[in-house]
Design a binder for this molecule. Structure first.
Ligand SMILES: CC(C)(COP(=O)(O)OP(=O)(O)OC[C@H]1O[C@@H](n2cnc3c(N)ncnc32)[C@H](O)[C@@H]1OP(=O)(O)O)[C@@H](O)C(=O)NCCC(=O)NCCS
Length: 187
């Protein structure tokens, strides 16, 4: 499996994987194993690559089997959900620091193709992205919908993210989680 920072030529393959598991287009039977909420356009992924170098992918042969997106709060400010989370950063403390747009970034969405779930692809791509993002930020911040228990288990029990608070947005209930980016994931 090849892990890499995505290039513009990878965008179509990433969007193909994304549509398979995005809440508006996912097959009903796949929903129980998690889904991605945020929708993306080609332009938004182009900006993610060009401005943030924040799209990380895993390839098996020619197929993109996993992606993780990581970016500054400035990038995410195009989505109301992230504006809401960004505003609340000053009310949260982690590692003895008040969270801010300078000391934290937003991790996710993350998506692993069904064919490779449970095979440590998540651990490997998480660690790969962590090493890149740790150069700029000490703290990872993310959210998980409470109706996504698979993602919650994977990120808390297996990867070690910590719940910092719970919140409601647009009638959905979420966990907000944090992670110390200096912490290596043992694979
Ligand atoms: C969520 C996701 C990234 C996790 O990666 P993964 O490779 O499936 O994770 P793993 O299988 O290693 O870990 C999931 C764990 O949750 C457990 N699990 C699965 N379904 C569960 C459920 N309904 N309730 C509780 N635990 C569950 C699994 O048994 C596994 O634990 P184990 O390894 O101890 O058996 C992946 O499933 C995915 O991409 N799903 C679709 C998109 C998505 O939900 N993205 C995350 C949005 S926040």
């Amino acid at each position: 499996m090849l892990l890499k920072v995505a290039e513009l030529s990878d965008i179509d393959d990433v969007l193909e994987l994304h549509y398979k598991y995005q809440v508006d287009s996912i097959k009903e039977e796949d929903k129980k194993d998690g889904f991605v909420t945020t929708a993306f356009t080609k332009e938004q992924l182009t900006r993610l690559i060009n401005k943030e170098q924040g799209l990380f992918i895993a390839k098996l042969g020619e197929q993109v089997v996993a992606y993780v997106m990581c970016a500054s709060w400035k990038y995410w400010s195009a989505w109301p959900m992230f504006i809401h989370m960004k505003k609340d950063l000053p009310n949260l403390e982690y590692l003895g620091q008040t969270l801010s747009a300078e000391n934290s970034y937003q991790y996710g969405p993350v998506c692993i193709d069904k064919s490779v779930r449970g095979k440590q692809v998540l651990e490997r791509i998480f660690e790969y992205a962590r090493v890149h993002m740790a150069k700029k930020y000490p703290i990872l911040v993310t959210f998980i919908n409470k109706i996504n228990p698979r993602s919650y288990e994977a990120h808390t029990r297996k990867l070690g993210l910590e719940v910092i608070q719970e919140f409601e947005f647009n009638n959905n209930q979420y966990y907000e989680l944090v992670y110390d980016t200096s912490k290596e994931v043992k694979i």
